[in-house]
Write a new protein. Sequence first.
Length: 255
Amino acid sequence: MSLAAWRSLSLEVEHATRASFNAVVAESRHALESRLNGYQLVLLGMQGLFQAKPDLDRASFERYIAELAPERNASQARSFSYAKRVSAAARERFVAAVRGDKSLQPAGYPRFTLRPAGERPEYVVISYVAPFAPNERALGLDLAADPVRHLSVERTRDSGLIVASGPVTLALTDERGVSLRLAVYRRTRAIDSLDARRELFDGIVSVTFGARDAIGDIVARHVGEKLRLRVADGGEVFYDSASGPIEAEALSTRT
């Protein structure tokens, strides 16, 4: 085979490889966007639920998520939660109310407490979580006490928009994950300014998922010897479809 013919064949193989890579990226991106859109629809539904029924019991919340998540293609999420804004003055009354809710657990939640312990001017406490059984340990977590979680709380509170947390260690495992969050407001007057959003802010609804929950099954059929997917945030890799160092320069990459 002549050098010219070899170069032509090599270019054709490279072009075909790039085209195949681009098709895989497009398909995976579409599937991931569809899943994230499902999560966002669930968040909007949860926001409306708690704005309409701020005293919703936990059994009703569990049923609501069990029915809504499959409809919105959101069953892969690790948890769905509502974190209530609680002032220092209202803390003991809030704890007593959660402990006394027997709608889902016949004994209520006698050991419910705020975590981490300590006096703070304000708390944003996970007080509803579904499905409950695998996520019970998240109950009582104060999102405002963790810098990464607190940043996403402030961003959605001040904007009224859905925001993503930075990568965090999930409460129940050592896995890295992400939460999508949306603020809930008291509807006692118009929410038409930053001051109004901060004053009327009542809590946060969240959808939390591990990286493998959201990404793994989407790319599994494409990941093999010739394709490796790494997802990073600010230089931190929190999903990698393969282990070990990258041994060769990638023919194609996509951000």
